[in-house]
Write a protein that binds this ligand. Structure first.
Ligand code: BES
Ligand code: MN
Ligand code: ZN
Length: 512
């Protein structure tokens, strides 16, 4: 879908569908909605008066304008476009930035369902309302439109619905045009990053091996202009990443350690570091998972996908902060060469770990990845991982991911970025006592404590983080959805984390 910006009167745009909006409780529409209402001889006012549309959030009404033969709209006294969609904005009192994004997503989704609609034009929902400037509002309109228009890749079958070909964001005021253009460009960059993460997660594990993931990261890096380094298994051996390599041991697909760097104007400042769990498939290894639902473990690289998608957006936006993205990509398989429960392995820091379950592999690859990043003297390190099924028991599915941190200032920044971006988080405790169940008799730490839960898993990871503020996000309940979550979040891969990480990087850029 092509997204563009145009200055003018939306009533005069030559598209298949015009999108306008209405706040809840408004009976006499103003602005662009009022203007269209007048062109339609009060059709919108009558729709409201008849009680068929109240402006409730995410509600829609479709109107068919008088056909005017396609010449000038003014002389016909009608619209050039044959259809008008009104989307409810909900209450004007609790009108947040997320509502703008959701409204645009609802419109794009409704448009996609209309077979005759290939082109649409929309106003910038919410610009100038409740303190949202045109720039921020336009960003959310572009983002919502792109997120809702995402189509999963198909193999060997036709995509029956090709979706929208174009969306034009129309701004009446010439004075605001530059702001709207900037906002749309930003929304586009973030939206493309989210869609890239979704593509990676949706891809099956026979296609998206660690080597293929590294290849895709390379292609993205050269397109966007990021620096990339990929360590192969020999290089990882050299670095002493014995814990990560133990997980990879049972797979014929060699591990890859991807390092992406965004350094604005060659900056060498202390970087923000993002680390994503990249298990391309998690069978559980010798501690084999049961069959039911195992296919979902193709999404066990959702953390790495979020980091790669975020780095793509951060590069495109040229965020004024040095950011490094790390994606350890590994396949966890059972095999004659695989590591086993009871094994004791040594990683980069020299610390030893006793393996209780080979299915608690995410924390193992993170252990070496988090040890590796200390060399960059980071301002903060955030890891994202589909770490535990238990996080979904604690927080439910697709509402909030779990946040674990030992640094209150980083935790605060993450919570604020989460609320603003819509990729929400919820904080969990990290008391020392949660570390007790993972004490090992034979090694320094063991990788599983049975039913000890989410905080003990985070405590394992914490062992390997030294010398920097650190936060861990358990996103196992956010990455793959078995049905559509909302207008902007489809069935399948959600792309969770990209918006959050971009927002966090922007906040570090603003505070530097
Ligand atoms: N990748 C899984 C966690 C997961 C579960 C992600 C469901 C997405 C959906 C992780 O590697 C795992 O197997 N975790 C175990 C930990 C246990 C062995 C300590 C779990 O959650 O059961
Ligand atoms: Mn596992
Ligand atoms: Zn896993």
């Amino acid at each position: 879908m092509e997204l563009r910006v145009q200055q003018g009167n939306i009533a005069e745009t030559d598209v298949d569908l015009i999108v306008i909006n209405l706040f809840a409780g408004v009976t006499a529409p103003g602005g662009a909605t009022g203007a269209i209402d007048r062109v339609l001889n009060g059709a919108i006012s009558r729709l409201i008066a008849q009680g068929d549309f109240s402006g409730e959030a995410e509600s829609t009404a479709l109107l068919y304008a008088r056909a005017n033969g396609g010449s000038g709209a003014e002389e016909q006294g009608g619209l050039t476009a044959p259809r008008v969609l009104i989307v409810g904005l909900g209450s004007s009192e609790q009108f947040g930035i997320g509502q703008i994004r959701r409204t645009a997503a609802v419109a794009a989704q409704a448009a996609a369902k209309l077979k005759g609609v290939k082109t649409m034009a929309t106003i910038v929902h919410g610009a100038g309302i409740a303190g949202h400037d045109a720039d921020a509002a336009a960003q959310e309109v572009a983002l919502g439109t792109i997120l809702a228009s995402y189509r999963q890749k198909r193999y060997g079958r036709e995509d029956a619905d090709a979706g929208l070909a174009s969306c034009t964001v129309v701004e009446y005021s010439a004075a605001k045009l530059a702001d709207v253009e900037r906002g749309v460009a930003r929304g586009k960059a973030i939206g493309r990053g989210v869609c890239s993460a979704r593509d990676l997660v949706n891809e099956p594990a026979n296609i998206l091996t660690p080597v293929e993931m590294a290849a895709r990261a390379r292609a993205m890096a050269s397109e966007v202009g990021l620096k990339i380094t990929v360590l192969d298994e020999a290089a990882m051996q050299e670095e002493g990443m014995g814990i990560l390599l133990a997980v990879s041991q049972g797979s014929v697909n060699p591990a890859q350690f991807v390092i992406l760097e965004h350094a604005p104007a060659g900056s060498s400042e202390s970087p923000l570091i993002l680390v994503g769990k990249g298990i391309t498939f998690d069978t559980g290894g010798i501690s084999l998972k049961r069959t039911g639902g195992m296919w979902e473990m193709k999404g066990d690289m959702g953390g790495a996908a979020a980091v790669i998608g975020a780095m793509e957006a951060i590069g495109r936006l040229n965020v004024r902060r040095r950011v490094i993205g790390i994606a350890p990509c590994v396949e966890n398989m059972p095999d004659g060469k695989a590591f086993r429960p009871g094994d004791i392995i040594t990683g980069m820091t020299g610390k030893t770990a006793e393996i209780i379950s080979t299915d608690a592999e995410g924390r193992l690859i993170l252990a070496d990845a988090l040890a590796y990043v200390a060399r960059f003297d980071p301002v903060a390190v955030v890891d994202l991982a589909t770490l535990t099924g238990a996080i979904g028991t604690a927080l439910g599915m697709h509402i909030r991911a779990g946040l674990f941190s030992n640094d209150s200032s980083l935790e605060e920044k993450l919570m604020a970025a989460a609320d603003h971006s819509g990729d929400r988080l919820w904080p969990f405790p990290m008391d020392a006592e949660y570390g007790k169940p993972i004490k090992s008799d034979m090694a320094e730490v063991k990788n599983s404590a049975g039913r000890a839960g989410v905080s003990s898993s985070a405590k394992f990871i914490e062992h390997f983080t030294e010398g920097y503020p650190w936060a861990h996000l358990d996103i196992a309940n956010m990455v793959l959805a078995d049905s559509r979550i909302n207008a902007e979040t489809p069935k399948g891969a959600t792309g969770y984390g990209v918006r959050l990480l971009v927002e966090l990087a922007e906040r570090y850029a603003a505070s530097a």
